[in-house]
Structure formats: structure tokens, C-alpha cells
Design a protein around this ligand. Structure first.
Ligand SMILES: Nc1ncnc2c1ncn2[C@@H]1O[C@H](COP(=O)(O)OP(=O)(O)OP(=O)(O)O)[C@@H](O)[C@H]1O
Ligand SMILES: [Mg+2]
Length: 257
């Protein structure tokens, strides 16, 4: 399959196995995955626990190498992690010994951009995620949701082309989760990153994405791709509509097969 011109990230025929600890055999985790995402598109990946979603995201990020197949981003083969592809995990990855401000500007400092520019860019992203006033706090002094917002600012400040998110809101309570979803959508509408979003929550996928890919049980493969037909913005009341319920039920059934 030849990717289209505006395809931002694609993975062709990805296979991956891991050796089984303490045994002579291997565990087949991903089987012939074909995936593409267009520039600025928001795609969710749903699949049963253990089907290989995080492994696949790690391959897209360049943290893991596939056994076979090809991954390319922005016209280049993915061989290693790159600032073009930022990753946000379920638990916020922040340096505990650095303040919010210094965590957010860490990647910029590594790039050795001018001090004044760095300060301004970091502040604008801290503001964008609603953490202004908390610049000098340390991660242990923040709530879980605030830590995740700082992690998002830290990822976005490097202006990645692609944002790879592995269940970023799974550990948050329902209210914080909703406000983080709204924040992510606002940032996405402003910066138009391409987003690959792993979630277990079917409603979250339907409220957030342009398209949903459903993975099978391990060895994971993509068994269905669904365009999400709802116009944006999508109010919470959408979840009560007949079309939403039908799609949700269809996805839940596919996840159980
Ligand atoms: N480094 C590794 N070495 C050996 N096996 C691994 C390794 N990483 C993942 N696996 C195995 O690969 C399978 C898929 O794991 P993965 O974390 O990708 O699943 P997942 O779909 O993200 O699950 P969850 O929804 O629970 O997060 C699991 O059986 C896991 O034990
Ligand atoms: Mg996972």
C-alpha cells in the first residue's frame, strides 16, 4: 500500500514477538499491522488489554524495533526516537528534582535555543495547559491532573509533528479526565498535531477522534477502522444519542470477539 502524499506517519506490515522470560519460546505480540495517519488527524486505538497497543506505540515512537515491516514519519524511516514524535504516557514522566518551568523547558535547553526565547516559549505552553502560577512548583507538589498537564506541556513545547499518547488520562478521576480531554482538543485545534491516542474508553475514543482503529486480542492486528461521523465540537450530550450508542455497542462487540 503506497501512503498518500499527506500521510504523516505510517506503519506497513509490522510484526513483533518478544522472547518469553525463562523459556525458549517467543510470544507473538503484533501480527501484520498496517496503519496510516494523515497530517493533523486524530486517531484512537482501542484493543483488549495485552493485545500489543503499547508495543505498537513504542514502535511508532522508535523506542522498539519491529521484527519486520516498515515505519516512516514525515517522509523518513523511523529508526530511533525523535523530537518530531512526542510521547505522553499514562503516568506523567517528569523529573522530580526540576520545577514545572524547568521540566517544560528541559528539551529546549538541550537544543540550546536562546535563553529569552526559551523562557517565553516555556511560559506560553505552561499557560496553554493552565499551569500559570505553578511554574516554580515541583512535581510532588502537584495533583495527578496537574502533573499530566505539565507532561503535556513538556511534550508540546518541542513542537512535535506527531503526538503519541498511551492512555494519558486513564489514572485520572472522571471530572479531571473530562477537563484534560477538553484541554487536549483545544491544543489539537490550535496546533494541529497528528495524534495517535491509545485508550480503553470507547466513549472517550468516540468523543475525541476522527477515526478509530480496533485491535484484536494478541497477537494484535487491526481488525476494523471506523471513521467517527460526529461533527465537532462534540458535547457530552452526544453520548445519549442513538447513533452514538449504536457505534459504542458495535465497538464493544468487536472488542470482545
Ligand atoms: N519487553 C517485553 N518483553 C517481553 N514481553 C513483553 C515486553 N513488552 C511487552 N511484552 C508483552 O507483550 C504483550 C503486549 O503488551 P503491551 O504492553 O503492548 O499490551 P497493551 O495492549 O498495551 O496492554 P494494556 O492495555 O494492558 O496496556 C504482553 O503480553 C506483554 O507481556
Ligand atoms: Mg498498554
Amino acid at each position: 500500500m503506497k501512503p498518500l502524499e499527506s500521510t504523516n506517519l505510517f506503519a506497513n506490515s509490522i510484526n513483533k514477538s518478544f522472547s518469553t522470560p525463562g523459556m525458549d519460546s517467543s510470544l507473538e505480540v503484533l501480527e501484520d499491522i498496517w496503519f496510516h495517519i494523515m497530517e493533523g488527524e486524530f486517531v484512537s486505538i482501542l484493543g483488549p488489554s495485552g493485545c500489543g497497543k503499547s508495543t505498537f506505540l513504542n514502535i511508532l515512537a522508535g523506542f522498539e524495533e519491529p521484527d519486520s515491516g516498515h515505519v516512516a514519519c514525515c517522509g523518513e524511516t523511523v529508526k530511533a526516537p525523535s523530537p518530531q514524535r512526542a510521547v505522553v504516557f499514562q503516568s506523567p514522566v517528569l523529573f522530580p528534582w526540576l520545577s514545572v518551568k524547568n521540566n517544560v523547558r528541559y528539551g529546549l535547553d538541550l537544543r540550546k535555543e536562546g535563553k529569552k526565547g526559551t523562557e517565553d516559549i516555556a511560559s506560553s505552553y505552561i499557560k496553554a495547559v493552565g499551569l500559570d502560577g505553578f511554574e516554580d512548583y515541583y512535581p510532588s507538589q502537584l495533583s495527578g491532573g496537574m502533573q499530566q498537564r505539565a507532561a503535556m506541556a513538556r511534550a508540546l513545547v518541542l513542537r512535535p509533528k506527531v503526538l503519541l499518547m498511551d492512555e494519558p488520562f486513564a489514572s485520572l478521576d472522571a471530572q479531571t479526565r473530562y477537563s484534560m480531554q477538553q484541554l487536549l482538543l483545544r491544543l489539537w485545534e490550535e496546533y494541529r498535531h497528528t495524534v495517535v491516542f491509545i485508550t480503553h474508553d470507547v466513549e472517550e475514543a468516540l468523543l475525541m477522534s476522527d477515526r478509530i482503529c480496533i485491535m484484536s486480542k494478541r497477537p494484535g492486528k487491526i481488525i476494523e477502522e471506523l471513521p467517527v461521523p460526529f461533527a465537532r465540537p462534540r458535547p457530552l450530550s452526544l453520548t445519549g444519542s442513538r447513533e452514538f450508542s449504536m457505534l459504542k455497542n458495535h465497538i464493544l462487540e468487536r472488542l470482545m470477539t
